[in-house]
Ligand binder design. Structure first.
Ligand code: AMP
Ligand code: MG
Length: 498
């Protein structure tokens, strides 16, 4: 048995998407790269997928993770999809620089896509070169794994590799390839693709596929398609509530970047908030603030309406009935979103059971944070350590608000409210620390790790990956990573990975 055959045995692909009709994708192989070099393998994830990390680190493993070698059983393909980008309809997008290698069923029994990102041009590349560069690949690695550490549903990163090529962007950058692992890459834009072509058969096949793969219970429902829409809306509500509770800004919530299974995908100019600002935008291409932090729940609903619109022909032949079923299904978004956000913010404040006035306390804190430029993550984390009875440590939080009388008034209300709970300081602190992370992938640190990596120093990148695995645990050796950026370290803009 040669190396390739040996390694191929380690991948037991079962490629359900490639069994769909040919018009769902284009089959092609990755473009070979000159000098593949592994930057990092996510060994834990490899094990969860039933892969052997030691084998993946061998030269042949690295050839596979950089697209130079296709393991037996893989059936590489670029998926077709369309989408609304910044509200504008684009009838054909598709994987322009990614290829689905195949699907693996992990040790948890869940089927996942293994996809190479940056693997060369495809028929969907339009003017693009099909490649990715080192900076955005490391950004996706750090942030996606950071999201996973925080418990936010997300596509994962199995590996990052250098290609040995230089790729032209604003200047020449090292080329890189990321192996992305997701519950699937079907997007709102995949449904829009078939709907716009009036390919109702394709639309139905896609919906049935998604029901089988992600929402088997919807299949048992009287109307499986409206049940599917309902389930997608529920998952999105859960997801966006988490984004809002941890201060995550996706940056490009186009319908082609909204995954049906409810994971965060397509990490481009995403970032976490430092200071709490609802109108915060990092993305260099979001001139109108469409995808600002505070707009995300509304945009998710807008995207769900696009999905609902695309699915109308499946839901009923009678248009009025289809529209009312779509509205009803999507309506669940705001109910679940409110529920999840409310229970989440209350837990962040250390309240166990919601009582009248709690939401006002939360809203007032957020308002004072915005007014006074307080750091979102640190405010909540430091609140964990305050005492119910004594205000001696209040300055740890107060300092984040500058000289704020409003904060002084607020903290009195918070303390009064906590007295009702009857939890002692240590118990409340440990409960609060399970929902208020000490560490989030702060922009300035991510940028610094990328700068270092461009100078062949991956030390900070490695450290960040380590610390973000357990973001709720205080890790004293990394306590400097908790700090917000100094004025000169602040990142005001992030750029797309293209
Ligand atoms: P994104 O902004 O990453 O969601 O990408 C939007 C669309 O542009 C998708 O169809 C991508 O496949 C495509 N795309 C992005 N970057 C490139 C690139 N460098 N080469 C080819 N296609 C790309
Ligand atoms: Mg995309």
């Amino acid at each position: 048995m040669n190396d390739t055959q040996y390694l191929s045995k380690k991948f037991t692909f079962d490629n359900s998407y490639s069994r769909l009709p040919e018009r769902f994708y284009e089959r092609l192989s990755p473009t070979k790269v000159p000098v593949p070099k592994l930057i990092k393998l996510n060994e834990e994830l490899a094990l969860e997928l039933g892969l052997d990390p030691e084998v993946l680190k061998t030269p042949i493993g690295v050839e596979i993770l950089s697209g130079n070698c296709i393991p037996d059983g893989a059936e590489p393909l670029a998926m077709a999809y369309a989408g609304h980008q910044f509200g504008n309809w684009v009838p054909e997008l598709g994987d322009g620089r990614a290829l689905l290698l195949g699907e693996l069923i992990g040790l948890d029994g869940i089927r996942r896509d293994i996809q190479l990102k940056g693997s060369g041009p495809t028929p969907f590349s339009r003017m693009g070169d099909g490649r990715a560069v080192l900076g955005p690949i490391l950004r996706e690695y750090i942030i996606s794994e950071g999201m996973n550490g925080l418990g936010i549903p997300t596509a994962r990163t199995l590996s990052a590799a250098l290609t040995g090529e230089k790729i032209m962007r604003e200047q020449l950058f090292p080329g890189a390839i990321l192996t992305r692992v997701a519950q699937s890459h079907v997007r709102v834009g995949t449904f829009e693709y078939f709907a716009a072509r009036k390919d109702i058969e394709g639309l139905g096949l896609l919906a049935d596929y998604v029901i089988r793969r992600h929402f088997p219970d919807a299949g048992k429902s009287k109307n499986p398609y409206s049940a599917l829409l309902y389930e997608v809306a529920v998952r999105q509500a859960n997801l966006i509530a988490k984004w809002m509770l941890f201060g995550f800004i996706h940056g490009v919530m186009n319908t082609d970047n909204m995954q049906i299974a409810g994971e965060t995908i397509d990490y481009g100019p995403c970032a976490f908030l430092d200071t709490y600002q609802p109108d915060m935008v990092f993305s260099s291409i979001d001139h109108m603030g469409r995808y600002a932090f505070g707009n995300q729940p509304k945009i998710a609903q807008w995207n769900l309406i696009c999905l609902g619109q695309a699915m109308l022909p499946l839901i009923s032949d009678d248009e009025d009935s289809a529209i009312s079923q779509v509205k009803e299904a999507i309506g669940i978004f705001s109910t679940i979103y409110e529920e999840k956000w409310t229970s989440g913010i209350i837990a962040k404040l250390g309240f166990v059971n919601k009582i009248d006035g709690d939401i006002q306390i939360a809203q007032d804190l957020l308002h004072h944070m915005a007014e006074n430029g307080a750091d979102f993550t640190l405010t909540f984390r430091r609140l964990c350590g305050l005492s119910i009875k004594s205000s001696d440590s209040d300055h740890h939080v107060r300092d984040l608000f500058g000289d704020s009388k409003e904060f002084d008034e607020w903290i009195i209300r918070w303390r009064r409210r906590l007295l009702i709970e009857g939890l002692g300081d240590p118990d409340r602190k440990s409960a609060m620390e399970t929902v208020n992370p000490a560490f989030i992938p702060r922009n300035h640190l991510v940028e610094e790790a990328i700068r270092d990596a461009l100078n062949q120093d991956f030390g900070l990148f490695e450290k960040l990956l380590k610390v973000y695995k357990e973001p709720f645990k205080y890790q004293p050796e990394f306590k400097h990573f908790m700090k917000p950026p100094l004025a000169h370290q602040k990142v005001h803009q992030t750029f797309c990975g293209t």
